[in-house]
Design a protein around this ligand. Structure first.
Ligand code: AHG
Ligand code: MN
Ligand code: MN
Length: 333
């Protein structure tokens, strides 16, 4: 079988569809290279200095793991000098990160969740990196947080890496979704799945059911109907999976379908759900839609939300279209 590398894919995609100018290709390749470095660090486990907590908190008040900080540093360092970026933003940094003056600036903005699934690091369960690329607004001076607050529909690229039994990179530039597998011996990303498609129907759902007592009625209704199985209103049995790494749950859904839910609940009205819009929900929503699925916050398309804050949270319902449409419709009733 002829092997197509990430670089070859990006070059050919530009030739055929004109969607990946050289600067964007460089950006994607640098992010992919950083993910390779993170994958290597993850793989060291207890043999490297990567396990356990860092004894610091991020802006969301979460205790940072060593690997959250290591991954953030790897992404910052890799992306600073290439000349393709104007600024970066990350789950692990309170405000945006400007490109240092000694380097040229580019026209793109990069956002990332450097390490998704932090609670799984120390137990050797799949974790990952999520990223989103925006264009800097026309005529932008020194970038500010405001320049990042663009709806997800403006993303020019998005993707994630999963550090699991295999390391994979899943990417969209707005023309379908493709999966690359890291050849660990060669150190190269090889195209292994073209045009990933999420089946419209599914019998699998993902939600952290320990929060059931806090859910709002539409979510309770939807999940109860699934749990009722073939003798309930859906006349069908559904299976449940919850990995607690969004990257891994979304990768399963892109591979074989399913619905993923992290809803808002009654606990804290200032905290609508757990996942962050700009660097978790938006890139995943872009990928899922590009693979024929759907992604909403229960009221509207995630990609249509006008962000108000860099670290804002959002309820997430994404995956197989028929299920996302159903649970979204329950919110309208
Ligand atoms: P992060 O590790 O970047 O903070 O994200 C963790 C997120 C997401 O990956 C996952 O789906 C969810 O948190 C799990 O939350 P629960 O622990 O509430 O199940
Ligand atoms: Mn995350
Ligand atoms: Mn994270």
């Amino acid at each position: 079988m002829k092997r197509i590398s990430l670089t070859q894919y990006l070059v050919e995609e530009q030739r055929q569809h004109n969607t990946i100018p050289a600067e964007l290709r460089l950006l994607i390749e640098v992010v992919a290279r950083a993910c390779k470095t993170i994958s290597h660090a993850v793989g060291k486990g207890a043999l490297g200095e990567v396990m356990g907590s860092a004894e610091t908190e991020n802006v969301q008040g979460e205790v940072q793991k060593k690997l959250d900080i290591i991954s953030n540093d790897i992404l910052l360092e890799a992306n600073e000098w290439g000349g393709h970026l104007a600024a970066m933003a990350s789950e692990e940094m309170e405000t945006i990160h400007l490109i240092p003056n000694r380097y040229p600036k580019g026209e793109y903005l990069l956002l990332f969740d450097p390490l998704d699934g932090s609670s799984n690091i120390d137990v050797n369960v799949s974790i990952g990196t999520i990223f989103s690329v925006l264009k800097a607004p026309e005529g932008m001076g020194v970038p500010t947080e405001q320049d990042f607050l663009q709806p997800g529909s403006q993303q020019v690229a998005a993707g994630y890496a999963v550090y699991g039994p295999q390391t994979v990179l899943v990417l969209t530039t707005g023309n379908g979704v493709n999966c690359f597998t890291l050849d660990r011996e060669m150190g190269s990303w090889v195209l292994t799945q073209r045009n990933m498609q999420i089946p419209t129907e599914t019998k699998e759902f993902a939600i952290n059911a320990s929060n059931a007592r806090h859910w709002f009625p539409p979510v309770t209704r939807y999940v109860n109907e699934l749990l009722a199985g073939d003798s309930g209103p859906r006349s069908s049995n559904f299976n449940m999976r919850w990995i607690a790494s969004m990257v891994a749950d979304v990768h399963r859904i892109l591979s074989r379908g399913g619905v993923f839910i992290y809803p808002a609940d009654t606990r804290d009205t200032k905290m609508p759900g757990k996942l962050r819009l700009m660097y978790e929900a938006n890139p995943m929503a872009f990928l899922v839609e590009q693979a024929g699925g759907a992604a909403t916050n229960g009221a509207q398309r995630i990609l249509d939300i006008q962000p108000e804050k860099l670290h804002q949270r959002v309820p997430v319902f994404l995956g197989s279209k028929s299920e996302v449409e159903r649970v979204t419709a329950y919110h309208q009733e």
